[in-house]
Design a protein around this ligand. Structure first.
Ligand code: PMP
Length: 439
């Protein structure tokens, strides 16, 4: 049997489904082929979204506490209007002069530390990481890559080779070394251990004649199990990769655009300035737009040697969508909302943990939260089965979350940044109900 790498993946035949759902699944499999996965024991079929709500084909409303692409809310009117107006006016690419792409780059770069001076456009996060690796390898002259052991960075040939969360059937590159995620739940000196692991990976690459090029991590270690801290956690690892001539790539596809609350970017929580930053998902609130920001000196040689053109990356419509997203983040005070509602959720999770010992740990920053489910809170034994029951129990109560981590036992909670305290209270009430039914 092929091992299922995706947490919370639908398993055919596990539960009985209605006729319409079964027919859609069969048709999908016939047409899209065998590589796709669906979420939940009973897959969902949505036809409409608005704000924090998704509606299924029968008009039932689901509270979305999971989708971070539509990060400022489903079908945000500002983004919809911007896309509609731009696609009806001009839809060209970066081979022509266009002021809006420059205005956007200026604005986006102003949210980053001053050392980061250029922004390049791609269409997806995978595309951004693929480009970032080419740039890093060109700058450093090395090939070696260090990632966390359940990291996900994307799907291109090069990027899948350092996305271990794709599972044991997808080979890692011979130039790739994995390090354990910085597990603050189980380690007393998580920063020290993480630094030591990255240093050991650097030594091992060198021992095999591979020059280290880069250390890449997602700003909140999302697929590793949501590890937010302590602040400064990755500083030692970044110093180690730089000391050997490599660079640090901050993958902000998950943690960027205000997701972690206090700052626009996840890496800012750790007080480090990356050499390269990749971004995507929430950048266009559903319109495909992604990017790579870099220090000019890191990009210099790459730019001299290779030309870059990405047909859809940074096209006029993408930039219009992305600008509207920045407007909404600023105008609606979404970072502050993420801080406030995130803190409220954490406090409520803690209150539930006092009652339900299956909740072993509560982590995260802003509106990216992880709740670790364990069978024994003293031994901290991961309990994937119970996590799966909670995720599907919530789905049956019309609340959407999912799971992550190597042991598939961490609830991944990542609502749109417009999630209100009232929405959060509703989610907590449903979670309490699901937990009460577990026993
Ligand atoms: N990096 C991270 C941290 C991600 O979570 C993802 C997508 N889940 C990607 C990169 C790849 O992005 P995309 O699916 O847009 O290619």
């Amino acid at each position: 049997m092929i091992q299922e790498a995706m947490v919370n993946a639908f398993v055919e035949g596990a539960v009985e489904l209605d006729e319409e759902t079964s027919a859609l699944i069969a048709r999908r499999k016939r047409l899209l082929g065998p590589a796709y996965r669906l979420m939940y024991e009973r897959p969902l079929h949505f036809t409409r979204g608005e704000g924090v709500w998704l509606y299924d084909s029968e008009g039932n409303a689901y509270l979305d506490a999971y989708n971070n692409v539509t990060s400022i809310g489903h079908c945000h009117p500002k983004v919809v209007r911007a896309i509609r107006e731009q696609v009806g006016t001009l839809a060209t690419n970066t081979r022509y002069l266009h002021g809006a792409v420059l205005d956007y780059a200026e604005r986006l770069l102003a949210t980053m530390p001053p050392e980061i001076g250029h922004l390049m456009f791609t269409c997806t996060g995978s595309d951004a990481n693929d480009l970032a690796v080419r740039i890093a390898q060109s700058y450093t002259g090395g090939k070696g890559i260090i990632v966390t052991e359940t990291a996900y960075h994307g799907i291109t040939q090069a990027v899948s080779e350092f996305s271990p969360s794709l599972g044991p059937n997808v080979d890692l590159g011979v130039h790739v070394r994995t390090v354990p995620a910085p597990d603050s739940y189980r380690s007393a000196d998580v920063a020290g251990e993480f630094t030591a692991a990255v240093e050991a990976a650097i030594r091992d690459l060198k021992r095999h004649g591979i020059k280290p090029a880069l250390f890449i991590c997602d700003g909140i270690f999302a697929s590793d199990g949501v590890f937010d801290g302590p602040p400064g956690l990755i500083r030692g690892a970044v110093a180690a990769i730089r000391a050997t001539g490599g660079v640090y790539i901050a993958d902000e596809v998950q943690s960027g655009f205000g997701r972690t609350g206090e700052a626009m970017w996840g890496f800012q929580r750790h007080g480090v300035v990356p050499d390269i930053v990749t971004m995507g998902k929430p950048m266009g609130n559903g319109y495909p737009v992604a990017g790579v920001a870099a220090r000019p000196e890191v990009l210099e040689e790459f730019g001299r040697k290779s030309r870059y053109f990405n047909t859809f990356g940074g096209n006029a419509v993408a930039v219009a969508a992305a600008s509207a997203v920045l407007d909404a983040i600023e105008d609606e005070g979404l970072l502050a909302n993420a801080v406030e509602v995130g803190a409220y959720l954490k406090a409520e999770f803690r209150a539930l943990a006092a009652e339900y010992p299956v909740i072993g740990d509560i982590r995260g920053a802003g509106l990216f939260l992880g709740v670790e489910i364990v069978s024994d809170p003293v031994a901290k034994t991961p309990d994937a089965m119970t996590a799966t029951r909670i995720i599907n129990g919530l789905r049956d109560e019309n609340v959407l979350i999912s799971g992550c981590a190597r042991a598939a036992n961490v609830l991944k909670i990542r609502p749109p940044l417009v999630f209100s305290r009232k929405d959060a209270a509703e989610m907590i009430a449903k979670l309490a109900l699901v937990l009460s039914r577990l026993a």
